[in-house]
Design a binder for this molecule. Structure first.
Ligand code: PLP
Length: 474
């Protein structure tokens, strides 16, 4: 399997090259050259795969092609996820048996809990696999990497959990000052690992993301630092997140194609749902749920992709994003894989901050997705009513954005629960009157010593920081 850039200029690369690079050198994102079909065998319902890890193996093997042997794919999946037959004691401590439990909250309504991993957000599901993949690929090639990651709050913690202590990797996490909760920050600053560097940037998430993109565009710097990125622009993230869409859709297959409601910021998780659908999962509409940073909802409604000057702070901070990087991947599909046309749209976007989606592409998007947004008041009210209503379910604010936006249709629905409520204790308490507690194994989280540096909102300053600390620098 080879990977193409959405902007059509970079040469195709293999699976591991796409994963290690993170982003294509022409500024585009890697996508598979074709969608593997019938990966679970023929027929609409796939054979029963007993565990999450087994499903992961099949998906990984289908997308990695010759880059991974079947044994390697199996080993990676078992290392990343729980598997009753082969899991080590270590893996079994990381995940509950179901990995991603489905909880029914109403007759046709299900919550897919994606926050049971080591840093309590859905980002763990992809990052655990990436950690294992990096180890394998880097020792095969005898390489070291500097891994950079911009975070709106949860990616950083998941990357730290997946990469802390790994010999061949130094991790640099860029987090926006004042925009992440205390618990989120501690997952990034309190690991105690020498190879982890948390850097607070005087800016918002879009600034952090822009700095990361600027570092990749500086080819000399990127090569000398052996730079790699684990933001959701990394194909392995998208691939790994498609696993739970398959698992959940198969579990509910008797209900026919189910809609998935996805709280969205960077469009990564939502694109993963699309990938699952493309590769055979029984999925109806994918519903995009944004907070008031609603560029995606507006784009679908108006046909114009148009960024506001700045994101504003909301009670669902992990989605305070204006530029949804992975939108480029779905646009590539919607534009019938015409990389040159995508490149022209993004050239325009970088100059003027907007472009019009061509009519045929907009039709395509509206067939696959619907979208809506929730205000902070609606988000808090949803958290309150779901907690004090019949089902008594406590949810994080991002999950509540989805539950608000997806409410009211007749079809069976799966709402993605993207973080543990205890990662946002102040907001949950404000909405429900109850302060959620962290699971027992995280009880000492708030006492662990923190280590964090600060940097101005400036790519050159961050480059200098990395140059001084990366063991990969040459
Ligand atoms: C990252 C994140 C999201 C948004 O996911 P995208 O893939 O960026 O769309 C939603 N909720 C939580 C809790 C997150 O951490």
């Amino acid at each position: 399997m080879r990977y193409l850039s959405t902007r059509g200029l970079a040469p195709p690369v293999s699976f591991l090259d796409a994963v290690l690079a993170g982003m294509a050198p022409d500024g585009g994102l890697y996508v598979p050259e074709s969608w593997p079909q019938s990966i679970f065998g023929a027929g609409p319902i796939r054979p029963a795969l007993d565990t999450f890890a087994e499903t992961a193996r099949v998906i990984l093997a289908a997308f990695a092609g010759a880059d991974l042997s079947p044994e390697e794919a199996a080993q990676l999946a078992d290392e990343a996820y729980w598997s009753p037959t082969v899991a080590s004691a270590e893996t079994a401590r990381r995940w509950p048996p179901a990995v991603t439990p489905l909880v029914q909250i109403d007759s046709g309504d299900w919550i897919l809990e994606l926050f049971r991993g080591p840093s309590l957000s859905f980002k763990d599901l992809a990052m655990q696999l990436i950690g294992a993949l990096y180890d394998l690929a880097l020792s095969k090639r005898n390489l070291r990497l500097s891994v950079v990651c911009a975070t709106s709050g949860d990616t950083g913690g998941a990357a730290v959990e997946a990469l802390k202590g790994r010999e061949r990797v130094d991790l640099f996490v860029l987090l926006p000052k004042g925009r992440v909760s205390d618990v989120q920050r501690r997952f990034m600053t309190a690991s105690g690992a020498e190879n982890v560097h948390a850097i607070e940037i005087a800016g918002d998430f879009d600034d952090c993301q822009r700095i990361v993109k600027a570092m990749f565009s500086d080819r000399d710097f990127a090569l000398r630092a052996a730079l790699s990125g684990v933001n959701s622009i990394n194909w392995a993230r998208i691939l790994a997140q498609s696993i739970y869409f398959h698992v959940a859709a198969a579990a509910l297959s008797a209900a026919g194609p189910v809609a998935f409601v996805v709280p969205t910021g960077n469009f990564g998780d939502a694109f993963s749902g699309f990938v699952a659908k493309k590769t055979g999962a029984s999925i109806g509409k994918i519903v995009l749920a944004t907070n008031s940073n609603d560029i995606l909802a507006r784009a679908l409604a108006t046909g114009r992709y148009d960024r506001a000057p700045r994101s504003h702070a909301t009670v669902s901070p992990a989605m305070d994003i204006q530029v949804a990087s992975n939108f480029e991947r779905i646009l590539f599909e919607a534009m019938r894989r015409d990389g040159e046309a995508v490149r022209r749209l993004y050239e325009r976007f970088s100059q003027s901050g907007e472009f019009d989606i061509p009519p045929h592409a907009l039709d395509y998007l509206r067939t696959e997705f619907s979208a809506g947004s929730a205000t902070d008041a609606e988000t808090l009210e949803t958290m309150r009513s779901r907690w004090s209503g019949g089902d008594g379910y406590m949810m994080c604010p991002h999950t509540a954005v989805g539950v608000h936006v997806g409410a009211g249709s007749d079809a069976a629905r799966v709402f993605l629960a993207t973080a543990h409520p205890a990662k946002f204790p102040d907001t949950v308490e404000r909405a429900t009157g109850v302060r959620p507690s962290l699971p027992p194994k995280f009880a000492d989280m708030l006492e662990r010593p923190e280590r964090m540096d600060v940097a101005p909102n400036d790519a050159e300053a961050v480059k200098q920081y990395i140059r001084e600390r990366s063991r990969a620098w040459s």
